[in-house]
Design a protein around this ligand. Sequence first.
Ligand code: GCB
Length: 647
Amino acid sequence: MMASIQQVVFPFIVCLLHGFLICQGAITGGMLYAKESESREVKELNGLWNFRADKSSARDEGFTQKWFMQSLAKTGAVIDMPVPCSYNDVTQDRTLRDFVGWAWYDKEFIAPNSWGSTLNRVFLRFESAHYNTVVWVNSKQVVTHEGGHLPFEAEVTSLLNYGQENRITVAVNNTLTPDTLPPGTVTHKSDTKRYPPGYYVQNLQMDFFNYAGIQRPVKLYTTPLVYIDDITINTTISGSTGIIDFSIAHISGAVNVTVELFDAANQLIAKYSGTKGKLTVKNAKFWWPYTMSDTPAYLYKMKVNVSSSGVHDIYRLPVGIRTVKTTDKQFLINGQPFYLHGVNKHEDADIRGKGLDLPLVIKDFSLLKWLGANGFRTSHYPYAEEIMDLCDKLGIVVIDESPGVGIKTLENFDNTSLAHHIEVMTEMWRRDKNRPSVVMWSVANEPNSKASVAGPYFKSVIGHVRSLDSTRPVTFVVGGGSQPTTDHAAQYVDVLCINTYYAWYSDPGHLEVITLQANNDLVEWHKEFNKPVIQSEYGADTIPGFHVDPPLMFTEEYQVEFLKNYHAAFDQLRKDFFVGELIWNFADFMTDQSVTRAVGNKKGVFTRQRQPKASAHLLRQRYQSLINDTLTNCNKHNNIVKSNTIL
Ligand code: GCB
């Protein structure tokens, strides 16, 4: 029987069809970042992999012909594909750029002889692959995963040939359906006068290109048999004392657990024996955003050691001591009012698409500092852990957003979607729960919160996140012209994050309405819900090098005036309940093709190649002067803390 496109788009059907019954179930266990220690080794499997997109009409040839049983090159032509990288833009093949369905990768590698000891475990970890993934090691299926932006792994100890060649095969399907996150649909075009037989298109419900493939690193790592599976910390502050609550999950029988805390100079300052406890740090150095302290982003190091019969597993976790709290009008970090002046980003660049690229990451952080941005939202999906690490290290605040973007149709709100959304939130929390930079969870961007189904849906999703984490505020980002009195879900958030595009999508060209409308609408939102408000998006498409004065839409002059008019409203409101502004967008980025997108979305203040438009200079001036204001206030505050400590 030939698989239909439905079977292609619903991977669990593919699983059943081919007898793969181990589809992803409930989330268990930890997902600690794979890093080396005295007891752990890491081997990266990045580089060039063999690659083939399954262009058979039902996209099922790889499964029916069992491509995973031998090397991919033996079952047909392959090309070299870099990992990590999106596969879409690296060749001249338009059908690969726009490909929908299963893409296949394989790679051979030697498993070190020394790893073959019976005292070791070996795990195979994917930092992400978009969207549905099936992985085989030496022709045996080891893991499946649904979702494009979070890590997954499997223990492969017994499947590897040590000191010999092994093969990893990966099939990854980028099809988005009403129940995926982000959701999408597939339309079949059956009119053969207009479309070739079997023609179908993927429809996106989000405004960014659906880059696909193995987009983040792939690693093998070892642990001893007894190993640290998870670490969870929460920090609180009492005067000048920092308290770190921790709990350690480990795998195996009776073990000793010790937890040591080192300061940044590597001095041991606290110690505890046991899987759950508190570490108390007198005169602690708190983790501050870099705009709030002249000693920002202070990180302690927690060294966890579990041992049994002389076998040790050691894992080091950076720990920032900080608290987050919201009131009806404020966003407080360590009890001090925090004003977020930052950006929305995308993982997006020429050629590599959404593939992790460290030079690009460092360039982006350099530009964030140049701008004076003190934070960003991970619009519209969790970003790579390497990026999050830098936020912890540099004192850049993050609103950590799930891939819940474009939840619009009734199907997107059904029970299957809800269950998946809840699962994704658990995965995201599990990965990022210990990060001081993450100060708020965003469960979605611009869902149809005007629909009554949005009420119970977001009550559940937000309630679930709160049940996992009572220390951080939770939000979803409101858009699509939802109004305070008719929105069904905004009541459940801690901070109102509002997207608007005055003088762009509404009243296009009428810059003069921006300040008035922004003022009135933001005040309304606050009045209705009595919660602090962030302008989570505002922006105008701007083609670099387009100049017209007086300004016209799409010119650099228009973007500058557009921002100035919004800023006038922000400066009024931040005296009261208004706690943040995030420009849409940091840089231009790729989208699906449409008549409103000229080679992608051009609302960046930087081009896609990270060069500044006129607006970047304006924003820089504003953000740098906001930093000066904040630092002056914070230094006053730091002095108060210091003198209290002495007393
Ligand atoms: C939005 C969306 C964002 C879009 C942006 C735009 O409201 O949240 O994903 O890219 O508008 O430029 O239209």
